[in-house]
Design a protein around this ligand. Structure first.
Ligand code: PLP
Length: 401
């Protein structure tokens, strides 16, 4: 290596998404000739609907292969604005939409646009690990708030959130329909979050990656609450709803002023998102939805079976969330029965002895003070029913032996 090369301080301490590390361990286990039951990664093993693939191919044939406007093609921005106005009661126009190469880039672009070094940013922990890593990468102070078990699902610890607000707090990140716990706000929670944001003049990132993965009717958004449209940016993604994780397309939606600054970041970063993929995304939003409904139905069946099987295992209890494709079973007693105190050793042993691969609490942020229970995260988006049944039967036999 060139002797002049020196790793920049910020990159040296940059965080990663540790679920990908679990994926690498699972791949190594499979490469050694073992069967792996993949409950670890939030990817889907379901095909993107044919009408979307055909629209991409057609766009390619029609020569939609050059640059587009930095914020995306007008047709897609119009369709996204309409989609939001219909489902979230906003009054967006295309000026409120900047298309992105995935949902994930919205996190850093939002922070770059509204956060100054030293600003405190409230983020969910357990939570999507990229919030903490991007806040710190850009010089902010990451302040966690937790989730708490409710009657039938997890909710957010809004008392803890409120107590964590200081005169330096500028930004709140909310991931209602939450990765990894599937926590979902009640109507009262949405109102309370909005009131806190307005009262403390916070800018808000609403990560709605799982808004459309809901098994019990239509999701509701915090953006519909009074005072939220002018202070919030929404992370939208085509990844989960349309089984398009690898296509890399999403969008930032929010106040015109912020969106035009995010557009300026597009100019500096990727110029524009993939041209023909934007036409496919237009078909995804406005075309035939029958395959999309079928995807949701498959996920629902997987959820039902996973929850049912997990709750038959001694020392394991699992809620039955109505959204996302993640389960967050409490395995405190199961770990104790097997004599494990650390997650890494536990999930490593489970993989080695059963082939079941999954993530743990430790992959979603450092434990908060006072946290005493142990949790795993099982994603059922990338594993068929048959494999779910065999994998969880092995997991049960392992834990009960
Ligand atoms: N936000 C959350 C909570 C997620 O779980 C994910 C992906 O797993 C993303 C955002 C980003 O998804 P993508 O970049 O594929 O749109």
């Amino acid at each position: 290596m060139n002797h002049a090369f020196r790793v920049a301080d910020r990159v040296a301490s940059l965080g990663v998404e540790t679920a990908f590390v679990v994926a690498a361990q699972a791949a190594a286990h499979a490469a050694a000739g073992n069967r792996v039951f993949p409950f670890h990664l939030g990817d889907l093993n379901l095909a993107t609907p044919d009408n979307i693939k055909e629209a991409a191919y057609q766009a390619l044939l029609e020569g939609k292969t050059g640059y587009t406007a930095n914020v995306g093609i007008i047709e897609l921005r119009e369709a996204l604005a309409e989609e939001f106005n219909r489902t979230r009661h906003t009054s967006y126009t295309p000026a409120n939409v900047a298309v992105q190469p995935g949902g994930k880039p919205v996190i850093s672009k939002f922070l770059l646009t509204v956060m100054n070094p030293g600003d405190e940013v409230l983020y969910p922990n357990p939570g999507f690990p990229i919030y903490e890593s991007q806040i710190e990468f850009h010089g902010g102070v990451a302040v966690p708030y937790g989730t708490v078990p409710g009657e039938s699902n997890f909710t957010f610890d809004l008392d803890g959130l409120e107590q964590a607000i200081t005169d330096k707090t500028r930004i709140l990140i909310v991931n209602d329909l939450h990765n990894p716990t599937s926590a979902e706000c009640s109507a009262e929670d949405r109102r309370r979050i909005a009131e806190l944001a307005v009262k403390h003049e916070l800018m808000v990132l609403l990560d709605e990656a799982y808004f459309d993965i809901h098994y019990n009717g239509q999701s509701a958004s915090i953006i519909s609450e009074p005072g939220m449209a002018e202070r919030s940016v929404i992370l939208y993604t085509f990844s989960k709803r349309f089984a398009m994780t690898g296509w890399r397309l999403g969008a930032a939606l929010g106040p015109e002023e912020i969106i035009s600054l995010i557009g300026k970041l597009n100019v500096n970063d990727e110029s524009c998102s993939n041209h023909f993929v934007q036409w496919a995304a237009l078909e995804a939003l406005t075309g035939d939805q029958s395959d999309v409904r079928a995807i949701l139905e498959v996920l629902r069946q997987r959820r039902n079976r996973c929850v049912e099987l997990l709750n038959t295992i001694e020392g394991v209890t699992c809620m039955r969330p109505e959204a996302t494709f993640y389960l967050w079973p409490d395995v405190t007693d199961a770990m104790k029965n097997k004599g494990f105190t650390g997650y890494q050793e536990f999930i490593g042993d489970v993989l080695k002895r059963t082939g079941v691969s999954m993530c743990a609490r430790s992959h979603f942020g450092k434990p908060l003070p006072g946290e005493t229970r142990n949790y795993l995260r099982l994603a059922y988006s990338g594993i068929d029913l048959e494999m779910i049944e065999e994998g969880l039967a092995r997991f049960k036999a392992y834990l009960e032996s």
